[in-house]
Design a protein around this ligand. Sequence first.
Ligand code: ROI
Length: 160
Amino acid sequence: MTKVVAYLGLGSNLQTPILQLQSARNAIQEMDAIEEISFSSLYRSPPMGPQDQPDYVNAVMEIYTTLEALALLSAMQQIENEQGRVRSQRWGARTLDIDILLYGDKQIHLAELIVPHIGIKERAFVLYPLFEIAPNLVIDNQKLIDMVNACPLNGVERIA
Ligand code: ROI
């Protein structure tokens, strides 16, 4: 089985977000088909989208996985659901969101999964934690550091 390096973006703004992320990290670590390589600091970030919702806590996790991309996606959705994720309003508050940001250097264009994740470039709450743990990444021929330098922090701050 080949081991792929993947990056996951985690976010929560309900039900004690820091605990949501810690519990998601534990659940991911416990999977046989996944091995944690690194986990970024936690970052507090103002909501992107509707502003009448609490601030988010975001982080990025680097893993080895033997799961295919779609199997990884459904495993992450299962963890979201186990932690009480309810999909109500588009871009609304959520207890837990786990996005596949990168899956090796694969380009995936399926209805249910687009990788590299489309939001990476514009989202400070993804770029800054990703840069913290993988400063030398190149995504679609563009250096991550250049994306970071082109993206203002927009209120994102590392939680001490
Ligand atoms: N905004 C922030 N700051 N962090 C998120 O993780 C996040 N996730 C989302 C939307 C609703 C787009 N806004 C977000 O899905």
